[in-house]
Design a protein around this ligand. Structure first.
Ligand code: AMP
Ligand code: MG
Length: 344
């Protein structure tokens, strides 16, 4: 890849370091930064060439658009030309926060950022470092997740360093991400609001705020290649660790019984188990997903990367619906497993 020889600066969250990253972005370079969801790989959202560098650094297909990050709700007007009433409710109630709105785009946002669409995805992150960076840069920041395309999204600076060292200009280390899965995406550009990707702001949260929202039917399916996806990211391979991942979903005892059986069928392989139930399996390396779906969201991507480090060849992921984060976790988990799910 073309960016491989860049000397990547590892930065802290000090004012001086954020100024260095802001200057890189103003100058058309790439800087990765923490947000409350996952780490973002940022470039000026007004700079078509800088946006191209993002696609190159990630190996991202050019038809998968980027999310534009702004420092305050007011900044949305820098990217969107029309803000309908439904969007105003979402913005007022949930921003800053882990939610992205799709709106009609302004001409200043280049086609490379939106992959040629007439709409733009915008969000205001609930992370102080991210907002300071955007403010100092003085431009909205286009940023997808800061991982190599197809890999689990990064929730710690070390994940970004592993994927992006030598490919981008700087990485700000801001510790672990609080939410751990990417933002909820809500399409507000046409009549009825639609959730295109579940995340930290849940369907229930939106309904309770009076937003008449529906969930896109593709969320729990693999894109079958025939129908055009609304959210272009839906059709690509996602979150894949080296190991084959298989989800075992159901209540505790049945899941444990099934995984014990699967472990014995896979003797000779390095088996990993991502556990919600503090299960104790022989002949497997275990990582904790957390007892709730909210904890699972925070731990999932990091655990998938850790299984790679542990040399796991096959990973069984326990899953049980526990709270409103279930949809967001299931969506990522099913993709990581390429839809290999055993219901027990
Ligand atoms: P990432 O930040 O890597 O998780 O990717 C951003 C996600 O936002 C991708 O799944 C995109 O398809 C989606 N996205 C960005 N812009 C738009 C848009 N204008 N319409 C629909 N989805 C979008
Ligand atoms: Mg991504």
């Amino acid at each position: 890849m073309e960016n491989k020889t860049i000397d990547t600066k590892i930065l802290t969250t000090s004012d001086a370091d954020i100024e260095i990253a802001a200057k890189i972005i103003r100058g058309g370079g790439l800087a990765a930064f923490p947000t409350e969801t996952v780490y973002g790989l940022g470039a000026s959202a007004y700079d078509a060439d800088a946006a191209k560098k993002i696609y190159a650094a990630k190996g991202r297909p050019s038809d998968n658009p980027l999310i534009v990050h702004v420092a305050s709700a007011k900044g949305i007007e820098d990217a969107a030309r029309e803000i309908p009433e439904s969007a105003r409710v979402v913005i007022e109630r949930f921003m800053p926060g882990p939610i992205t709105v799709i709106l009609k785009k302004k001409d200043v946002i280049p086609d490379t950022v939106t992959a040629g669409l007439d709409t733009v995805a915008v969000r205001c992150p609930d992370n102080e470092t991210a907002r300071r960076l955007i403010e100092k840069a003085g431009v909205p920041i286009a940023a997808p997740s800061a991982n190599l395309s197809g890999k689990p999204s990064p929730t710690k600076a070390e994940h970004v360093i592993n994927d992006m060292n030598g490919r981008i200009d700087a990485i700000i280390d801001g510790g672990s991400c609080r939410v751990g899965v990417e933002s909820t995406i809500v399409d507000l550009s046409s009549e009825r609001p639609v959730i295109l990707r579940p995340g930290g702001v849940t369907y229930e949260d939106l309904k309770n705020a009076g937003v008449d929202v529906e969930i896109d039917k593709h969320i729990l399916e693999t894109f079958d290649g025939n129908e055009a996806p609304k959210c272009p990211g839906m059709k690509y391979k996602h979150y894949a660790p080296n190991a084959e991942v298989i989800v075992v979903e159901g209540e505790k005892d049945a899941v444990k019984r099934k995984i014990k059986e699967l472990i014995s069928e896979n003797k000779g392989k390095t088996v990993g188990v991502l556990t919600m139930f503090d299960a104790d399996y022989d002949d497997a390396v275990m990582l904790a997903a957390g007892a709730t779906n909210k904890e699972y969201a925070k731990n999932l991507f990091s655990a998938l990367r850790d299984f790679d480090k542990l040399g796991a060849e096959i990973v069984f992921a326990e899953f049980c619906e526990r709270d409103a984060y279930a949809l967001a976790v299931r969506n990522r988990l099913y993709k990581a497993a390429a839809q290999r799910v055993i219901h027990v």
